[in-house]
Design a protein around this ligand. Structure first.
Ligand code: BDR
Ligand code: CA
Length: 312
């Protein structure tokens, strides 16, 4: 089955790998548009990076849109300490041939959903959820059109990566995350519990290095850069491939184990702002609103990634 998807992201090296996986998979995914949001780096850079990545995959038909440059309520926060000054450090930055559409990303999301059938569109979100929440706030009648929202964000067992209790995407815009997680449509969430099971390794980088194409070379360069910070932080052999989990799930859901859980987002506490309270054991009795990913078949994940990179 080919799904119609809108991708919303903040590239970011792991967002880049997510896009590479998606653009290599036209049999499964009909990408209607890609949107950028402020996150890992400011919007001017995430939108430029998105267009650079579009050039690298040779995209000529999927339109690109720029969205919100700051969170709904909180002040913004970026992560150059993880992703580098440009966000996709590890490759040379160039002026992309791909141009942004004049339309704003939130308008694109609203208009696309309004003209879709019920339950028709899957949204993949791998940055702060500002664009998606803004679309829902602007036009709540889009909700029935959403088949599911596949999110990289949150953490339960792994605590947090930007504060002791919050994951970056949720921390940057917890108010947006709350709106999305409580919107009533099916949500599948890939938090740190699962993305910390897919760290790259020297072996993975060697396998990518053997692929002789432009996208694989860019992947190798970015992952080599991205791995440095995380290897030190987590005492791991490389970097966690957070964002590609979303697309890997759409391509091969059997790679992941999910559990239906109630998930609420902390928006009040200064100490735990952006924490995702995942009721994994059903102690609250509250309705499950999220399919929470908690396990991934690591080898299968990297086999899929490398096979798709070899297609370019
Ligand atoms: C998430 O935050 C960003 O740094 C990554 O791109 C990923 O989406 C991980 O916490
Ligand atoms: Ca991201």
């Amino acid at each position: 089955m080919q799904r119609k998807v809108i991708i919303d992201c903040d590239p970011g090296q792991d967002d880049a790998l997510m896009l590479f996986l998606a653009f290599a998979s036209p049999e499964e995914l009909n990408i209607l548009g890609v949107c950028a949001v402020a996150g890992n780096v400011p919007l001017e850079k995430t939108q430029r990076n998105m267009c650079i990545l579009s050039d690298i995959v040779g995209n000529e038909k999927v339109p690109m849109f720029a969205g919100r440059d700051k969170p709904l309520t909180n002040v913004g926060l970026t992560a150059e300490h993880v992703h580098g000054r440009d966000g996709i450090d590890g490759i040379d930055i160039f002026s992309p041939r791909t141009k942004l559409e004049p339309k704003d990303a939130v308008d694109f999301i609203v208009d696309t959903l309004l003209s879709a059938a019920d339950d028709e569109i899957t949204i993949v979100a791998t940055g702060p959820l500002t664009n998606i929440a803004s679309a829902i706030l602007r036009e709540p009648t889009i909700l029935p059109k959403i088949h599911e929202i596949v999110v990289m964000g949150g953490a339960m067992k792994e605590g947090g990566n930007i504060t002791p209790s919050a994951e970056f995407n949720i921390f940057v815009d917890p108010h947006a995350a709350k709106i999305v997680f409580e919107c009533g449509r099916p949500i599948v969430a890939f938090g740190l519990d699962v993305t910390h099971q897919v760290f790259t390794s020297p072996n993975v980088l060697e396998r990518i290095a053997k692929l002789d194409n432009r996208v694989a070379k860019a992947s190798h360069g970015m992952l080599a850069f991205f791995g440095r910070y995380d290897a030190q932080k987590y005492r791991a052999q490389g970097a966690p491939l957070h964002d590609p989990c979303t697309i890997a799930y759409l391509l091969q859901p059997e790679l992941f184990e999910l559990k239906s859980c109630n998930v609420r987002v902390e928006t009040d506490s200064e100490l735990t702002m952006g924490h995702t309270a995942v009721d994994f054991w059903g102690v609250t009795g509250l309705r499950a609103n999220v399919e929470w990913a908690h396990s991934v078949h690591r080898d299968g994940f990297f086999d899929l990634l490398i096979e798709r990179l070899s297609r370019y």
